[in-house]
Ligand binder design. Structure first.
Ligand code: ATP
Length: 223
């Protein structure tokens, strides 16, 4: 699996001129690696992640999954079968339990999931540190760190290769942050996922395998 951008650009029209947020971004991501993208507030990190996740469309250039343009795959297909997204604010369904949140995700993918969805969901939650008792609670009866774990389990439920996370620890204290980072490391190392995390945190970046810096529209690898 490779996820690649080719001369990717994004801009906002400002009167007659274009204000570029991303300019000719060329980058390649693989399975089994934990990447971070650093950048100051407003540098375009969320924009880039949204384009990689097909929540937004590049103005110029392409996103390629295994050399195929994601527009040809179809944004919806691509999102459903290839991408798991994690957000700072968790974005769980508040009137469902943790396990129900995971089950909902399983119903939308075309990827193969063993037939006993419920068992898979409880196992995934358990793997991520959510006991069965907690899995049966409404998500708003869980702590922030626990809710983020549920969001990770949900992202994994569809058996996708690519996990995209936008400031996933922004609402968590340092200890919870480290626990979530440890999960990302395991997903890359043991489960061969491609994990791409957008963050302000140098500390998280220092624990990832490849660090990119977004500055003035350019994405530069941090050596
Ligand atoms: N609708 C819009 N019109 C014009 N500019 C916009 C619009 N939406 C976002 N922007 C600008 O695009 C730039 C990139 O935003 P983006 O959210 O990608 O940055 P970010 O690096 O994720 O920031 P943060 O770390 O603060 O979340 C910002 O300068 C923002 O002001």
């Amino acid at each position: 699996m490779s996820l690649q951008t080719k001369d990717l650009s994004y801009y906002y029209q400002d009167g007659d001129s274009r204000r570029y947020i991303l300019k000719d971004v060329n980058v390649s991501f693989e399975k089994g690696k934990f990447y971070t993208i650093l950048g100051q507030s407003g540098s375009g990190k969320t924009t880039l992640l949204s384009i990689l996740g097909a929540l937004d469309k590049a103005k110029e250039g392409q996103v390629l999954l295994d050399e195929q343009d994601i527009q040809a795959i179809g944004f919806e297909n691509y999102r459903r079968n290839n991408i798991g997204m994690i957000f700072q604010s968790y974005n769980l369904v508040p009137y469902l339990t943790a396990v129900e949140n995971v089950l909902v995700a399983m119903n939308v993918t075309d990827n193969e999931i063993p037939s006993d969805h419920e068992k898979v969901a409880y196992n995934l939650l358990d793997f991520i540190g959510i006991t069965q008792e907690k899995a049966n609670r409404l998500v708003n009866q869980l702590s922030g760190g626990e809710q983020q774990r549920v969001a990770i389990a949900r992202a994994l439920a569809t058996n996708v290769d690519i996990i995209l996370a936008d400031e996933p620890t922004g609402n968590l204290d340092e200890e919870r942050e480290q626990e979530i980072v440890d999960i990302f490391k395991r997903l890359a190392d043991e489960y061969n996922k491609c994990v791409i995390v957008v963050t302000h945190s140098q500390e998280i970046a220092s624990q990832s395998e490849e660090v990119y810096l977004l500055k003035k529209g350019a994405l530069v690898k941090h050596e």
